[in-house]
Ligand binder design. Sequence first.
Ligand SMILES: NC(=O)c1ccc[n+]([C@@H]2O[C@H](COP(=O)([O-])OP(=O)(O)OC[C@H]3O[C@@H](n4cnc5c(N)ncnc54)[C@H](OP(=O)(O)O)[C@@H]3O)[C@@H](O)[C@H]2O)c1
Length: 321
Amino acid sequence: MKIQNLGRSGLKVSAICLGTMQFGWTADAETSHHIMSRALELGCNFFDTADVYSSWAPESYPGKSEEIIGDWLHSGAVRRDELILATKVRGKMGPRPTDQGLSRHHILAAVEASLRRLQTDYIDLYQLHAPDTETPLHETLSALDNLVQRGLVRYIGCSNYPAWLLAKSLWLSDVRRMASFTSIQPHYNLVHRAEFERELQPLCLDQGVGVIPYSPLAAGFLTGKYKQGEEQPASPRKAGIEQRHFSDKKFAALAVLGEVAAKQQATMAQTAIAWVLANPAVSSAIIGANTIAQLEDTMRGAEVELTAEQKATLDAATVWE
Ligand SMILES: NC(=O)c1ccc[n+]([C@@H]2O[C@H](COP(=O)([O-])OP(=O)(O)OC[C@H]3O[C@@H](n4cnc5c(N)ncnc54)[C@H](OP(=O)(O)O)[C@@H]3O)[C@@H](O)[C@H]2O)c1
């Protein structure tokens, strides 16, 4: 497994980051523990969660994914300093208006709660899950700076930020001499390109902000298991995939992905991951897996090297996005 720096920072992360949104949702605690242990064996040293995961799932609640990770850490499955652990703050963690958002009030409470659930005394990468337009940016960034100064958090990042807000955040941290964002977590894959490529990508390359895209398989669409006009696999992701991706042009792009994969003697999932990792702005791709078989299949994508011609073919097939 390739290990590379997260953006311009000195933090070394694996090219595959294990996402844990499905823990406590489509993967129970025991399966989740197996998935984490196997990911580690395969060379993945980087896990991503969020305080709010997986609050939407039946019989789950906000904080469950962090609890599952905390129990696994506590079992001694890995030395704490061998794992780069990322989590996020912003989502709704309780019924009160103060139980969400990016106020100093909520961030200070939320980090303590995440540390408790994760059974650790520091978080490697603490990320803002999405912007909060009701809180002044300076209040949020100074709260994060305070966490870094106290050693509770080692690096900070953001997710789902538009380029203008990332640029403003970097500027504000700089002029006020506060800790600044090491990374951004955007939604990015072969069939969802423009949101990242148009403005965020050049900004991240210029400023050395590490990029850790989420949903590199488009939630499973890019594995090729969703077929036009056929019965679709049973997955809680299905409705979102149908709404977002079921179009002639996206199925045509899938066909091209299948052809490139066949030439590479790789699966479509592996080829989709290889395409994301071929982007020079990308430090690590955050994947999701419900089973060991899915994990092993997808992780092998980090070993697939696309030729310039294959990359150009895939780029041309999805240029509309
Ligand atoms: N910052 C944010 O706002 C945000 C948003 C979303 C996700 N994330 C992060 O990104 C992580 C990954 O997101 P994602 O789950 O959307 O990623 P993804 O890798 O695009 O999709 C993962 C899903 O695809 C299916 N799958 C995975 N590997 C497969 C394989 N080899 N063969 C067939 N199917 C396979 C599984 O769903 P089925 O088994 O159900 O088909 C799996 O849950 C999350 O866990 C989370 O950490 C962040």
